[in-house]
Write a protein that binds this ligand. Sequence first.
Ligand code: HEM
Length: 453
Amino acid sequence: MNGLPPGPRMPVLLQTLGTWSRPTAFLERCRARYGKRFTVRLIGQPPMVMISDPEEIKEIFQAPPDVLHPGEGARILEPILGPNSVILLDEDPHLEQRKLMLPAFHGERMQRLAGLIADLAEREVASWPLEEPVALHPRLQRLTLEVILRAVFGLERGAQLDSLRGLLTRVLAFTESPLSVLPPLPRALTRVGPMARLERDSAEVDKLIYALIDERRRGAESSSDSASGEDVLSMLLAARHEDGSPMSPEELRDELMTALAAGHETTASQLAWAFERLAREQRVLARLTEELDSGSDDAYLTATINEILRHRPVLPNAEPRLVVQPIEIGGVLYPPGVALFANAYLLHHDPAVYPDPYAFRPERFLESPPGTYTWIPFGGGRRRCLGASFALLEMKIVMRTVLARFELCPAGDRAERARRRSITISPAGGGRVIFSERVAAEPDRREPAAVLA
Ligand code: HEM
């Protein structure tokens, strides 16, 4: 491992604390010292090489599947996601699982969920307080959880939804704790305290999910139209392996948990940043509100969302790619056992790629669309986020709903710094803003699908 790019020489414990407590500041300091690629060492992890040059990122995303293993690099998530999760697989099994899931997350298919998402957003936003500071993150988390349970799991309002929501809120809260990133603990330690409770709750969640799958499968068989629902589970129930067999209950359970874990906290944090930024960028907010009120196309809304994802990517890097066969990238030969990180945060703040990178300026994406290897909030290559269309649709709908009702201003003088929350980087104060009722314009009352088409 001697030929790896240089990186901080401080003890591993300090590097671990730095990445946990000041994630973006730590990355910036390393880049200032070591340049666009450097090696970080964390407790219990393989050497992690951070890469932020677009050409090198392209090579990572295009590397053959038997050379870099993102699935193996994400093993730490297995206790929550389960062994069949698309995120944890590599090579042929990954491709097969991804093919099964792609149609369910296709952009056009997502449009059919627009009405449901808009309805849920309206309900959530209706309870938000006015004229006082409000931290948006917990409210957005509640909303994105509801969206996944209704649009992905296909749950209707009722007891089943309430039980699953309650348990999942506890299980997901655990993923925010530093305990969740520890390597597997000895069995004796998992029999008491928070780990034991997590196990109990997870077992209960599994029971409910398997019951749901069973019920939906029996319902689909009796109606002989398994894809009749608009939700993602309906599509997965209709999906077939190459040999014609349906997905097993274990596969379905793991992919539902994957969608939940990958899509709930990410979208909530990204939206929290969106409002935190907009409250402090009144010029952008005014232009955006004008566009939304005029009912014209949503070019500026799209550009604003692209800029939020560039400026504050909630996942600072794509899934780590574990090297399993030696590979040369940018003139460095990486041996097996190293993890390569395509670092979105550093790439997105490289002045050679984005002039004035710390300025929040959606206009840059009106001038030229996001580049495949220069804008990577959803990662890239054959591992690119399956839920990107879902997340973009949800962000658009929630931003429209909020901006149609409220004016917003920041709740403090200083921009919120970045804080690690489970797998994401979130605003440290939760995205604190002050809302007031809009007086001027009428909200856009067209059908969401028509507005977003
Ligand atoms: C703003 C919200 C989101 C962001 C920023 C985000 C970002 C990402 C990133 C960076 C990756 C890793 C890609 C790579 O390593 O190349 C990923 C993977 C994934 N995401 Fe998302 N995601 C978001 C929302 C969602 C949603 C809503 C879902 C599903 C409902 C979802 C499902 C997935 C899945 C299944 C994968 C694994 C793909 C694979 O390994 O083949 N994500 N996401």
